[in-house]
Design a protein around this ligand. Structure first.
Ligand code: ACM
Ligand code: ZN
Length: 687
């Protein structure tokens, strides 16, 4: 190829190259960590301050997308028709043998940058990496050969519980793209509001999209009423078809697919509020599950899905399938007739009948379904992809059956839980899910058989919005935890390093703050409950504990370390789901006796309790601590009365005694309050 003299002059002008880079490596690094990055042995780099000559070789629609992507990096470029020799940025499609369509190879030398990939998506990811390597106009010479670990790297945004606008969603898409995430799952429908214009069923948006009062909590614990659009106090909203299409295009411009979720048959209260004739009974009571006996239900769902498919080109349509109550079906003539006619064995198979039928409908339109792991109940639809949320078991079962799976277990991926000390975080659904725990998740661990692992195609962070009424709060919950999911999905476990990730996440958070986002300010993280960080040594560690009637045992789900829990020297974290707190649901509350083995002089006995009203965890209303030397005659050391009041934020409180006593047996008895619910206690500390 001949290069004209004019072009050479331009090159000389725009590409000032240097062999003495200020720093060899980028200051912060790339997120998600590339799977293979080697810096050149010599300290060389490319100076891009004067811009680069951009050559792109791929289809025209992708070319335009890539030009826009390069523009967004802030690196000045000039388009050229042929690859330049110096000061170049070449983006080239080239088939290769890598397993992933999203792979890319990038070579940075003093002369320029070449990114080669089998698809435009791979080139796009190379451009994201390039942007992050840019260290004040200087890019260290390196070679990167990178590909995602998992092909589905997603976030669920719940715009039903509190509606969020397309503008808000676009701002999150911008960050997702930089992090090489590629699926935005929109939870568009749920009891609290329907959020997508559907022309064939207009009351879904003129009525089911609006409610009073505004906060989900007041609405849920109140009348759960929907109102008409425009009524006084009507709170809600929805995406018009035009807005949804524009959003789809915006995401596609960043190689992100929007997966719409249309919930069925459960979580459909708002549909039945708008179209009560589709309830099992014609009674005024609320109903959450669609009637599967009525053909009109299928006519409605198929008609809705026709409009959904017309807006969303995604291969996957999420059909929900979770948490159907199924009670009404047992009493409904239509549902019972369906069960009989189809030879179904009960309500689980009735749900499965619906999911099969909807899958068939969508498959006939070249779409695939994703459903929550409850779609396994009653028989999995033949081509369904399962999103595993109640843990990983559902996903593993489905993968064993040869189905694809997206892992989103609540213990790692439900970022609606607080990310820092819950007593100082905004009110939330409860629990504690710090960044480090999200990051520690491996969706496809080596302990699983390869035949199962190959079906685990993705990982997703889910942000449910019951307690998240504003954009600011939403961003706060989303970032930086969704960054951890981006890295889990992209980077192989052997390349992961939490310390490095945290440092990079802080830098991204700082940058987001500068750009007007509202992420959680990671550098100020308080961390886990201090008491839980070290084992505690005290006189009762390892001593045996008897659980007295009538409480007679902790709840099996919250057994922690069983009978050893209350004297194992381990204090609980911020969450009762950590296998350290022991949960008691029985009438008798906590009623245990520690056997010290021999008569011992003691100076204090104390135990901590937690209160989180949302999930029904309360402080005790009375604690009685008594001691005995023979196990027969007991002396009460203290009786503590406590007024239990409902509050918004979690709290932790110690109930104890101090003094001097001789004891072989120590009885600790905590009474449940009028709110009943759970009592959670982590350790009975005897000094
Ligand atoms: C879910 O959290 N019910 C999917
Ligand atoms: Zn019915």
């Amino acid at each position: 190829m001949r290069i004209s003299a004019t072009l050479l002059t331009i090159i000389a002008a725009i590409a000032t190259l240097t062999a003495t880079a200020a720093t060899q490596q980028p200051t912060v690094g790339v997120t998600p960590t590339p799977n293979n990055l080697t810096y050149a042995e010599e300290t060389t780099s490319l100076d891009i301050t004067a811009g680069l000559q951009l050559y792109i070789s791929c289809d025209s629609s992708d070319t335009e997308r890539l030009v826009r992507a390069v523009e967004r990096t802030g690196i000045a470029t000039k388009r050229v028709k042929r690859p330049a020799r110096n000061g170049y940025l070449n983006l080239i499609i080239r088939e290769n043998s890598t397993a992933s369509d999203e792979a890319y190879e990038m070579t940075v030398t003093e002369q320029g940058v070449e990114i080669v990939a089998p698809t435009a998506a791979g080139l796009f990811y190379g451009v994201q990496t390039l942007e992050q390597l840019n260290n004040n106009g200087c890019i260290a010479a390196c070679h990167i050969s990178d590909a995602p670990r998992l092909k589905y790297r997603g976030i669920l945004i719940d715009i039903s519980r509190h509606f969020r606008t397309a503008e808000f969603l676009k701002r999150q898409i911008d960050i997702m793209a930089q992090l090489k995430m590629n699926r935005l799952h929109l939870h568009l429908t749920d009891a609290a509001g329907w959020r997508l214009e559907i022309e064939s069923y207009p009351r879904l948006t003129s009525y089911a999209a609006w409610r009073t009062p505004a906060t989900w909590k007041e609405w849920w614990y109140g009348e759960r009423a929907h109102v008409n659009e425009g009524d006084a106090g009507a709170y809600g909203g929805y995406l018009t078809k035009a807005e949804a299409r524009d959003l789809v295009a915006y995401a596609a411009d960043r190689y992100i697919t929007i997966i719409p979720e249309i919930e069925m048959p459960g979580h459909s209260d708002e549909v039945l509020a708008a179209y009560p004739e589709l309830k099992c009974s014609h009674q005024p009571e609320r109903q959450g599950d669609l009637c599967i006996g009525k053909e009109a239900t299928f006519e409605m769902m198929q008609s809705i899905l026709d409009e959904v498919m017309e807006i969303f080109p995604s291969e996957y349509i999420h059909i929900g399938g979770d948490e159907a109550g199924k009670q009404e079906w047992a009493k409904c003539e239509d549902c019972q007739r369906r069960i009989k006619e189809e030879g179904l064995n009960g309500v689980d198979e009735l749900q499965s009948y619906m999911i099969h039928r909807i899958e068939e409908y969508l498959n006939s339109h070249n779409r695939q379904i994703i459903g929550w792991d409850e779609i396994l109940q009653g028989g999995l639809a033949p081509n369904a992809t399962v999103m595993s949320w109640r843990g990983e078991e559902g996903g593993i079962t489905a993968a064993n059956m040869g189905h694809d799976v997206i892992m989103s277990p609540h213990g790692y991926c439900y970022i609606d839980a607080p990310q820092d000390a819950p007593c100082t975080e905004p009110e939330s659904i409860g629990g504690y899910l710090p960044l480090e725990r999200v990051y520690s998740y491996d969706p496809a661990p080596k302990s699983l058989d390869e035949s199962v692992r190959r079906h685990i195609i993705g990982v997703q962070a889910n942000l449910w919005a019951e307690f998240i009424p504003t954009d600011e709060h939403y961003e706060y919950m989303l970032w930086p935890r969704a960054m951890a999911v981006a890295e889990i999905g992209w980077t192989h476990p052997e390349m992961k390093d939490y310390a490095s990730f945290r440092e990079r996440a802080i830098a991204i958070v700082d940058n987001m703050l500068e750009r007007g986002y509202h992420p959680f300010d990671l550098k100020n993280e308080k961390g886990n409950r201090p008491e839980s960080l070290q084992p505690i040594s005290h006189l009762a560690v390892g001593k045996s504990v008897t659980y007295n009637a009538p409480s007679r045992y902790y709840a099996p789900k919250y057994a922690a370390a069983g009978d050893a829990t209350l004297t194992d020297g381990l204090r609980g974290t911020w969450t009762y789901a950590d296998n350290r707190w022991q949960g008691f649901l029985g009438r008798g509350g906590v009623d245990v006796t520690i056997d010290m083995g021999e008569v011992t002089e003691i100076h204090s006995v104390a135990a901590d309790f937690m209160q989180i009203c949302g999930p029904g965890v309360f402080m005790p209303c009375r604690v009685i601590i008594s001691v005995s030397t023979d196990g027969v005659e007991y002396t009460t050391l203290t009786t503590i009365d406590h007024e239990v009041v409902v509050d918004e934020l979690p709290s932790f409180k110690s109930f104890g005694w101090e003094g001097v006593a001789e004891a072989r047996y120590i009885r600790y008895n905590a009474h449940r309050s009028k709110f009943s619910g759970f009592l959670f206690v982590d350790e009975i500390v005897v000094q």
